[in-house]
Design a protein around this ligand. Structure first.
Ligand SMILES: Nc1nc2c(ncn2[C@@H]2O[C@H](COP(=O)(O)OP(=O)(O)OP(=O)(O)O)[C@@H](O)[C@H]2O)c(=O)[nH]1
Ligand SMILES: [Mg+2]
Length: 327
């Protein structure tokens, strides 16, 4: 990243036949524009970010003490959760929408003749050139929370499921909001591939308006590449859970509920669950994976599907790398 150069102050040196334009009254050059990294929630990857940027230069000053215009700021949109490193050190961790970080300052504009005007020198012939913009090499990384994020109402069995499929040991209890902070567990496959799954606090209606653990929870979901909707099949009309969860995600961020996902019907071991599953299938057209985090029933189907989601994600990443969007 190179900030814009400062504009030139103007010189009073004017050889014939050039028209005098500076004289003792030349204005300062404008400062070079800054390059600013700005978090935009709509931006999901770092691929659109180019490898080199040059800020806008400031304009030269002109006669009649007219200052040159400052170079405009160059904004680079980056995704939420971008970490900026310089020489291996973290210099910024951008986790708020709209947050800004100055990646390079522009050079200071040169001083025009007017600047050097004083009682002893009524017709200064001095002016200084603009300074070059700041030059920095920054490394941008997207801090992903986990590959998969579990989304479900409190008590749906998210933590139990994470315990069942990974090495993580989050607390499990028969009351809502047992989980207050996200836990990330690693699911290991025989070919040594590892998938990170996050168990995030339970969502409730109105979460997008910050009810319950609301926004803090939704922020975690946003940092996951794909989602696992965990529904409690032992509760009547489980499809309303799915609708409500999707609604909350969508209210928080348009398109969030459309991320690649799997739908899990948990607690299939309980008496009402089988009939509820049948009804759920009538209301939701997508594939549903019924299982029991408690007894371990049908966990294999989930593990296979999780792997498919992960492999698809890797494919998409690869194709994005080959076709980066140029700004
Ligand atoms: N019968 C049965 N009970 C389950 C199953 N999965 C979880 N439970 C029980 O449901 C209750 C809630 O489980 P948790 O894993 O703590 O639920 P959670 O979704 O993490 O809840 P929060 O952290 O509050 O959002 C516990 O009493 C679990 O033992 C299951 O498959 N079958
Ligand atoms: Mg929990």
């Amino acid at each position: 990243m190179v900030g814009g150069n400062g504009g030139e102050g103007i010189t009073s040196f004017h050889s014939e036949p050039r028209k005098e334009f500076g004289g003792p009254d030349g204005g300062n050059g404008g400062d070079g524009g800054r390059i600013i990294l700005k978090v935009d929630r709509q931006v999901k990857t770092l691929y659109p970010v180019s490898s080199r940027y040059k800020g806008f230069d400031g304009e030269a000053g002109s006669s009649k003490n007219c200052y040159g215009a400052n170079g405009e700021c160059l904004y680079i949109k980056i995704p939420l959760g971008t970490v900026v490193k310089e020489d291996g050190e973290i210099v910024a961790d951008l986790s708020e929408d709209g947050e800004e970080y100055v990646a390079a300052y522009g050079g200071i504009g040169g001083k025009g003749n007017r600047f050097f005007l004083n009682n002893d020198n009524r017709a200064p012939t001095t002016a200084t050139p603009g300074e070059p913009g700041q030059e920095r090499v920054l490394h941008l990384e997207l801090k992903t929370m986990a590959h998969a994020g579990m989304v479900g109402f409190p008590n749906a069995g998210k933590s139990s499921l994470l315990r069942a499929i990974s090495n993580a040991k989050p607390a499990v209890a028969a009351y809502p909001f047992t989980t207050l902070n996200p836990h990330v567990g690693i699911v290991k496959y025989q070919d040594y591939e590892q998938i990170a799954v996050a168990d995030v606090p339970g969502i409730i209606r109105g979460a997008h308006r910050n009810r319950g653990l609301g926004l803090a929870f939704l922020k975690h979901v946003e940092r996951c590449r794909f989602l696992l909707f965990v529904l409690d099949l032992s509760v009547a009309e489980p499809w309303t859970q799915f609708q409500d969860l999707k609604y909350e995600l969508e209210q928080y961020e348009e398109g969030l509920s459309q991320r690649p996902h799997a739908i899990i019907g948990n607690k299939i071991d309980l008496p009402q669950s089988k009939s509820n599953l049948k009804l759920l299938k009538e209301h939701v057209e997508q594939r549903i994976i019924p299982l029991s985090a408690l007894t371990g029933d049908n966990l294999e189907e989930l593990l296979l599907h999780l792997r498919e989601l992960y492999d698809d994600y890797l494919e998409t990443e690869k194709s994005c790398k080959h076709n980066p969007i140029k700004w």
